[in-house]
Design a binder for this molecule. Structure first.
Ligand code: ATP
Ligand code: MG
Length: 576
């Protein structure tokens, strides 16, 4: 490609709407343009990167034995009703109506479509295992589309689905995908690591997310440097830490006046001096419009993802002031569960053995002390409901946990038989019995991955593309492009030789100052640049500049071979 014939609309300034480095660089390098919030056009160079990421994904999916298909983006709502997700997935649906006013759904994901397909096509254990994948546009009505391609309304996902005849076989399919993901991110030059992930109400067995560490990431990962434990905070556990100062003796409960002390912190101070870990935090939640009480130790926080798992539904919210008064006949500030009979009570595991705890008396300005939780409160269900915190002990090895932010680029999920039962994806086993196929599903945000690469690999001058996904591998920059100038003819020779050798090159034949050309090529992030200037050419030499690395002088006749060598070496490093 010749730069003068391309469309690479670089920008000096970042548009005000872009908050994070990768979003700014995507726009400044002219790789994408916004149509509306969460909707982007891939410009010619941006599309080249996207296609390269897709190619790596396809190669690894094929290697893992998955079969490529292409399913419709437009889906009938009936299949969502059949799977039971029509109501729960409402929030993300884009719905359209046809001329007969019938409703259709723009697919946010494809479990329902693939399982319907498999129900019709596969019927015997002999045909299993089978995995399918596609690279396709997904539509999600995100509450807050932002950060460019990171959270878009329309984006490209690689989604894959495995079908097996047993749980053990399904585990093998899962592991194949997990390994393929590790290779994909490595080949893209991206440092991504797997973490244990929450399965929520999907009804899945277990799952991992592939995370790219980044300050701007929307996820929090809890990890342990000593034993490599890592989990999304939604799922993370820490060792059940008994406080050294938890009441030891059983005593009779006692009501006492606490005027003005309606908060944990207030009760912890003079004149009451009840430390937070000796208090019970009573939270009122509405689950499908009915109140429930959630009890946590005063120094712990509720993890709503764990609550979802415990309740078996994500349809809950904190109660309003009025709802609290209606359920406990008192205002927030002295809420408690002692003596409560008609409201279901869920309590965090760490409270089970506690004695001499203090909690609200359900009477303004009063609390109760000496509460032995198991003795005095009718708990419906004990569960791990606690948000893991920095410094707590790792549940595997006991070392202190850390937390960092990260971007989720991929997700592998063991689904079990939820969808195959709902959609009738049955097969005949060896004994001739009908069984539901055991499924897994596996997603990669292709467009998000492309942006995550930029978020991880950039400097003050611009993007530093890994060679495997760069829009062009080499940028050839003649400093003087007047027709007949030796710099131009040497540059053109490199251009045709490199392209002939399969090294994708762009010739910066624009009549611009060298400074402008250098800035643009660093901004767009071509991995290798050859500067062809009059001075060095007079010595029979040209400069090879590696993006984010060294500059070397080489003889003109050795330049092409040297570039090919650098390309080979860089690709070999990425192949792993
Ligand atoms: P998130 O928690 O970020 O909303 P998710 O868990 O809902 O994502 P999945 O259903 O697991 O997403 O989809 C698979 C992959 O698709 C994700 O790992 C992510 O890389 C990508 N993805 C999901 N939502 C978006 C989006 N709105 N824009 C771009 N990529 C997305
Ligand atoms: Mg996910």
């Amino acid at each position: 490609m010749k730069w003068s014939q391309a469309l690479i609309p670089t920008l000096k300034e970042s548009p005000a709407e872009a908050e994070i480095a990768s979003h700014k660089l995507l726009l400044r390098a002219g790789l994408i343009r916004k149509l509306a919030g969460g909707l982007y056009t891939f410009m010619p160079l941006g599309l080249r990167v996207l296609r390269k990421v897709e190619r790596i994904i396809r190669e690894e999916m094929d290697r893992a034995g998955a079969l490529e298909v292409l399913m419709p983006a437009l889906q009938p709502p009936e299949i969502w009703q059949q799977s039971g997700r029509y109501e729960t997935a409402q929030d993300v649906f884009y719905k359209v109506r046809d001329r007969a006013k019938k409703e259709w759904i723009l697919g946010p994901t494809h479990e329902e479509v693939i399982t319907t397909l498999v129900a019709g096509e596969l019927s015997s254990y002999r045909q299993l295992p089978k995995s399918f994948y596609q690279v396709q546009t997904k539509f999600r009505d995100e509450i807050r589309p932002r950060f460019g391609l990171m959270r878009a309304k329309e984006f490209i996902m690689k989604d894959a689905y495995s079908f097996d005849s047993s749980d053990e076989a399904s585990q093998v399919s899962y592991q194949k995908m997990y390994d393929a993901y590790t290779r994909i991110f490595q080949r893209c030059g991206l440092q991504a690591f797997p973490v244990e992930a929450d399965t929520g109400v999907m009804g899945g067995k277990f799952s991992h997310e592939f995370m790219v560490p980044a300050e701007t990431g929307e996820n929090e990962v809890v990890y342990c440097e000593a034993c490599n434990y890592a989990a999304n905070i939604e799922k993370a556990t820490s060792r059940h830490m008994m406080h050294s100062d938890l009441g030891e003796t059983e005593q009779a409960i006692e009501k006492f006046a606490t005027p003005g002390a309606g908060k944990i912190e207030a009760l912890a101070k003079e004149p009451f001096n009840v430390p937070a870990h000796r208090q019970i935090k009573t939270l009122v939640y509405m689950v499908e419009d009915k109140p429930v009480l959630i009890l946590m130790r005063g120094d712990h926080k509720l993890n709503e993802s764990k609550l979802t798992g415990t309740l078996g539904t994500a349809t809950f919210r904190a109660a309003t002031g009025e709802e609290i008064v209606e359920s406990l006949k008192t205002r927030p500030g002295s809420l408690g569960a002692v003596g409560v009979k008609d409201i279901p009570i869920y309590a965090d595991e760490t409270l089970r053995e506690t004695k001499q705890m203090t909690t609200g008396a359900n009477e303004d300005g009063f609390h109760i002390r000496n509460v032995s939780v198991s003795r005095d409160i009718e708990v419906k269900q004990w569960a791990d409901l606690r948000l893991a915190q920095v410094g707590e002990e790792c549940s595997k090895c006991g070392q202190p946990l850390k937390i960092r932010r990260a971007i989720e680029v991929g997700h592998v999920f063991k689904l079990g038989t939820k969808y195959s039962i709902a959609m009738n994806a049955l097969f005949l086993d060896e004994a001739g019995n009908r069984q539901p196929a055991v499924m897994g599903c596996y997603g990669i945000g292709v467009t998000r991955t492309m942006q995550a690469i930029i978020e991880q690999l950039n400097d003050k001058d611009g993007i530093i593309w890994p060679l495997s996904v760069a829009p062009y591998q080499v940028c050839i920059t003649p400093l003087n492009v007047a027709s007949g100038a030796p710099t131009l003819s040497v540059a053109e020779k490199f251009y045709s030789e490199l392209n002939a050798a399969g090294v994708e090159s762009i010739l910066d034949d624009r009549d611009e100052r060298p400074g402008v050309k250098f800035k643009d090529s660093e901004l767009v992030g071509f991995p290798i640049r050859i500067n062809v200037g009059e001075k060095s050419l007079a010595n029979g030499e040209v400069e090879i500049k590696v993006r984010g690395g060294e500059m070397i002088l080489v003889k003109v006749e050795e330049a092409v071979e040297k570039v090919r060598e650098i390309v080979r070496e860089k690709l070999a490093n990425l192949a792993g």
